[in-house]
Design a protein around this ligand. Structure first.
Ligand SMILES: NC(=O)C1=CN([C@@H]2O[C@H](COP(=O)(O)OP(=O)(O)OC[C@H]3O[C@@H](n4cnc5c(N)ncnc54)[C@H](OP(=O)(O)O)[C@@H]3O)[C@@H](O)[C@H]2O)C=CC1
Ligand SMILES: Nc1nc(=O)c2c([nH]1)NC[C@@H]1CN(c3ccc(C(=O)N[C@@H](CCC(=O)O)C(=O)O)cc3)C=[N+]21
Length: 285
């Protein structure tokens, strides 16, 4: 039976540290602020938006939500981003993905000031990550949170086979760079991958981020693998599940993240932490 990686407990620890840092900044008259831009009504985005707003308020971070209908124009969004770029009370800007079809996500992420890009999706920040540059720059919160979980649970990455299923700019791509920078041997799969099970069976560390419930079954996992489930899927019966058949896979894995209570809470904790990082870097360099 696998160790259950407790994202909720770890997030609590990270949040406590963030709360202390916020209190210190407030003594210097600095209150970190985050702005979330939401266009349309993607269900996973709605869960994320609600949970992070609650957490920000609890930690003493200012949080504002800019909501747009699904038929919003690109110009309207760009005008809002420009306003937030120039708003001194805002340290962190997050534009929810996925965006409606008429919006080009590349145009949007490129418009966010790199110093306020809390998702690390601006090409400058993503480029720094891929080049494994030193120094301060934001990194996508879900991948950064996953790396923290792996470290806290003592998972050795060096020389290990890491397989990522899903190649989005938000999860798969930054994770590829982070694992590669940590000297893992990384393979990234997507919907076109031929014989996915044979690939996932070779993984010492398997990370799944596709949005397909039960994509990974017990027979798709190597005995003793570490399995990280990023997926957030709302079933018709209202139940929240990941992309991995948790109940069966946990019999084969060495360690596994549950949904809910795994990657999700760590994404939020990392988002709060990085909002405070951005505030500190902007005010103190
Ligand atoms: N827990 C958390 O904190 C977070 C959870 N999520 C969740 O993670 C999931 C993925 O989101 P996101 O990263 O934005 O991905 P996207 O929805 O942007 O893309 C999905 C990726 O999965 C791949 N894929 C889809 N179906 C299959 C399949 N059957 N076999 C192999 N690959 C497949 C696609 O391949 P291709 O490129 O070939 O089309 C694509 O690369 C969603 O459920 C989302 O809600 C996202 C962010 C944070
Ligand atoms: N620009 C951008 N960045 C993102 O990081 C991003 C995004 N867009 N769009 C949507 C996805 C999805 N996502 C979630 C994060 C946390 C939970 C979360 O809190 N999950 C709890 C759910 C608890 C519950 O409410 O039931 C858990 O897994 O335990 C869910 C989903 C971030 N995403």
């Amino acid at each position: 039976m696998a160790t259950i990686i407790d994202g909720k407990a770890l997030a609590k620890k990270v949040n406590a540290q963030t709360q202390e840092r916020v209190a210190k900044l407030k003594k210097q008259n600095i209150t970190p602020g985050i702005a979330v831009v939401l266009a349309g009504d993607d269900p996973a985005s709605l869960i994320y938006t609600r949970n992070k707003h609650k957490k920000a308020i609890k930690l003493g971070i200012n949080s504002i939500l800019k909501k747009f209908p699904a038929d919003v124009s690109q110009e309207e969004l760009l005008t809002e981003i420009d306003r937030l770029n120039n708003d001194d009370s805002i340290d962190a800007i997050l534009v929810q993905q996925p965006l409606p079809a008429q919006i080009d996500p590349e145009v949007i992420t490129s418009a966010i000031l790199p110093e306020k890009d809390v998702d690390g999706l601006n090409p400058l920040n993503l480029g720094k990550l891929y080049a494994n540059q030193r120094g301060n720059y934001p990194v996508a919160c879900t991948p950064r949170g996953i790396m923290r979980m792996l470290t806290e649970y003592g998972v050795n990455l060096e020389g290990q086979n890491a397989v990522i299923v899903g190649r989005s700019i938000l999860v798969g791509k930054p994770l590829l760079a982070l694992l590669n920078n940590a000297n893992a041997t990384v393979t990234m799969a997507g919907s076109k991958t031929v014989n996915l099970p044979s690939l996932t069976c070779s993984a010492d560390i398997l990370i799944v981020a596709t949005g397909t419930p039960s994509l990974v079954k017990k027979t798709d996992v190597k005995l003793g693998a570490v399995v990280i489930d990023v997926g957030i899927n709302r079933l018709i019966n209202g139940k929240l599940v990941g992309d991995v058949d948790f109940e069966n896979v946990k019999e084969r894995a060495k360690a596994i993240t549950p949904v809910p209570g795994g990657v999700g809470p760590m994404t939020i904790a990392t988002l709060m932490e990085q909002t405070v990082d951005l505030a500190q870097w902007r005010h103190h360099g």
